[in-house]
Design a protein around this ligand. Structure first.
Ligand SMILES: C[S@@+](CC[C@H](N)C(=O)[O-])C[C@H]1O[C@@H](n2cnc3c(N)ncnc32)[C@H](O)[C@@H]1O
Length: 338
């Protein structure tokens, strides 16, 4: 029997502790978004660290696509309107800073708002924005919250009253593949769509399946990795020793998802204090816990999903690696809210 140390309870709110217990006991998963809090966030300070695979071209595309297509994106907003960036999960802000610079250069930036679940990443985002935009960053509005729930209204609401003949149009950015880490990306898309209004543009950067350069673990589960240290950070916080399990990386054809999970080599019981009471979650040898998932679909499935979620795709560009796409989408006619 193992109990999480103080750091676990310092890192997570009571509601987040409950979410961890529910995810572990109901679907044998550690909620990946919570690994951006506390120790897991430290891995973002020097960029992403991958244990044993070379992802450099893909990461390069993730960082540059929004800037490379800035003019095409601006053309999607009414010509005289200013633009507000609403960044959902800004992380380091690396991918969005070039776009912000372009908007500033053209005197089209009305403002920048961001929401992130991690206080640590928000501090890093603030630091990076201040360093790059010392004259403007003070006015940037960074909030802590979960954009998959009611906190989204802090930064994006269909009823936002501050709009006149000069806009703003809001560019809602969900970059770096964040959308496809959720178990139900369609639900997240519909939730974001409900907070958008005519003139707003959703911007996604995602890695997709192009049929070439497919990860080798798609055919056979790879025992031992590749994985990123962040993906094990949640289990570390729970006090689950890395010698008690073996990481596995693979592909689930039914869900079209790549995953990292751990397989316990011995029985493990975790004793978590929740609402002042002890709650034990037990695993047997051979049981698995998912620590990361990523929907890995091709271009047409991506477009289908956006269409089913109430969006019309306006632009879809591929990065130099061929594996990352930038998608710009607006609300489809029938779901417009104003
Ligand atoms: C994959 S990183 C992407 C960061 C950045 N957009 C980029 O492209 O480099 C995901 C970011 O979203 C944040 N995040 C994940 N789930 C979230 C949620 N439900 N609500 C708010 N922020 C979330 C994480 O803390 C992290 O900063």
């Amino acid at each position: 029997m193992v109990s999480p140390g103080e750091e676990f309870y310092r890192t997570y709110t009571a509601a987040q502790v409950k979410a961890v217990v529910a995810a572990l006991s109901e679907r044998a998963e550690f909620p990946y978004e919570l690994t951006y809090l506390g120790g897991g966030s430290r891995l973002w300070h020097n960029g992403e660290t991958v244990s044993n695979s070379d992802n450099t071209p893909v990461l390069g595309d993730m960082d540059t696509l929004l800037t490379r297509y800035a003019e095409e994106l601006l053309a999607l907003a009414p010509a005289s309107w200013s633009v507000r960036i609403v960044d959902l999960g800004p992380g380091t802000t690396r991918p969005v800073r070039g776009l912000l610079r372009r908007l500033l250069d053209r005197s089209r930036l009305e403002g920048y708002r961001a929401i992130d679940i991690s206080a640590e990443l928000l501090a890093l985002a603030r630091e990076n924005l201040v360093a790059e935009f010392p004259e403007r960053a003070e006015g940037f509005d960074l909030r802590r919250g979960d954009f998959t729930g009611s906190d989204l209204a802090q930064v994006l609401s269909a009823a936002d009253p501050h709009r006149d003949d000069l806009g703003p149009a809001r560019f809602v950015v969900l970059a770096g593949g964040t959308l496809y880490n959720f178990a139900d990306p369609g639900r997240v898309l519909r939730h974001v769509g409900e907070a958008m209004r005519e003139g707003d543009v959703l911007l996604l950067t995602l890695r997709i399946d192009t049929g070439v350069d497919r990860p080798p673990f798609m055919d056979r589960v790879s025992v031992g990795g590749p994985y990123k240290p962040q993906q094990l950070a949640g289990l570390d916080l729970l006090g689950i020793d890395r010698s008690w399990y073996v990481p596995e990386t693979g592909y689930d054809p039914e869900r079209s998802e790549v995953f990292v999970r751990v397989r316990f080599s011995e029985p493990v019981a975790v004793n978590v204090t929740m609402d002042g009471r002890q709650r034990t979650i037990s695993f047997r040898a051979g049981d698995t816990v998912v620590v990361w998932r990523y929907l890995y679909v091709d271009r047409s499935a991506l477009v289908d999903q956006l269409t089913r979620s109430g969006f019309a795709v306006r632009l879809l560009e591929q990065g130099e690696s061929g594996q990352v796409v930038l998608v710009a989408a607006t609300l489809a006619e029938r779901t417009r809210t104003d």
